[in-house]
Design a protein around this ligand. Structure first.
Ligand SMILES: C[S@@+](CC[C@H](N)C(=O)[O-])C[C@H]1O[C@@H](n2cnc3c(N)ncnc32)[C@H](O)[C@@H]1O
Length: 278
């Protein structure tokens, strides 16, 4: 096992030239509709690898193999999912390792069964992938490069503009950390905004209560600036003299939908499910 190409050990200049020359050699242009922005910053690669656990891993969107090559050296077994057949062929050639399985597939339709999922993931399917990871209980650890604004949404506090359904779902299930921020020049072609490395470590399984929580936030967040108790009562037909209404009033007070914490929504969803309302 082993490869002579080590993107993480190259200089920034060499990694950039390596990326451009491979694309040229194959007559390829990065496809915007597939969010093809390749890492050209060796420091980002090294930082990323430092957060990876040494367990069986799936990489989403391996591109030219820039992350795949160093990853294959630190994890015992690696599965790479790439939708672009041409890029997959290049990654196979570049990687030259025996512990890596390359699969030409759409990651949003693929069942994730590794304990760890990593990648510089395609922007246009970020939400789909995050939700699918949340629901795959075997996934214990995640290391992703994401657009900075998306990463900030994941750690947003109640009452902020970025706080939303995905914040609540993921924080119920994972400890989330932003471990570094990188400018657009760390990628080729340069995206419009900077990126962050984030790690997610599972602390809770996805179960019926979390499913109910998802249903509850789907109902409420269509009207995120309205008083949560009113939206709840109206959408579920809860009468003001009912016991469940009193319970909800105690939890929600007069807060607006986007001001209520994930813990409160989780407690409410559990009770609504027990009462057959969700
Ligand atoms: C941001 S690039 C990252 C490439 C490489 N890992 C890197 O960091 O240089 C995203 C990669 O995901 C691939 N991709 C896009 N949509 C995908 C999907 N639905 N399933 C799997 N791969 C996808 C793209 O072709 C591209 O190679």
């Amino acid at each position: 096992m082993g490869s002579y190409i080590r993107p993480d050990e190259m200089s920034r200049h060499d990694l950039f030239s390596w990326t451009i020359s491979i694309l040229r050699e194959h007559g390829l242009r990065p496809k915007r509709k597939l969010s093809q922005n390749f890492i050209v910053d060796p420091r980002l690669i090294r930082d990323f690898i430092n957060h990876v656990s040494h367990v069986e891993t799936t990489e989403i969107g391996c591109g030219l193999g820039t992350l795949t090559i160093p990853l294959s050296r630190v994890v015992p077994r690696l599965i790479c999912i790439e939708i672009d057949e041409k890029l997959l062929g290049i990654a196979v050639k570049n990687s030259n390792t025996s512990n890596t399985l390359f699969i030409n597939a759409d990651a949003t339709k693929y069942t994730l069964f590794s304990r760890q999922v990593v990648g510089n993931i395609p922007y246009h399917v970020t939400s789909n992938i995050l939700v699918s990871i949340a629901r795959s209980n075997n996934v214990e650890r995640v290391v992703f490069t994401l657009q900075k604004d998306v990463a900030e949404r994941l750690v947003a506090k109640p009452g902020s503009k970025q706080y939303g359904r995905i914040t609540i779902l993921l924080n119920t299930l994972f400890n989330i950390e932003i471990t570094g921020i990188y400018g657009p020049s760390s990628f080729y072609p340069e995206p419009k905004v900077g990126h962050a490395i984030i790690t997610l470590t599972r602390r809770h399984v996805f179960n019926q209560d979390v499913f109910a929580l998802e249903k509850l936030t789907r109902l409420l967040f269509t009207q995120r600036r309205r008083i949560a108790l009113r939206v709840l009562a109206k959408s579920l037909g809860i009468r003001e003299d009912s016991e469940i209404y009193m319970y909800a009033r105690e939890l929600l007070g007069d807060k607006r939908v986007y001001e209520v914490s994930g813990e409160v929504y989780a407690a409410l969803a559990r009770r609504l499910r027990e009462n057959g309302l969700l």
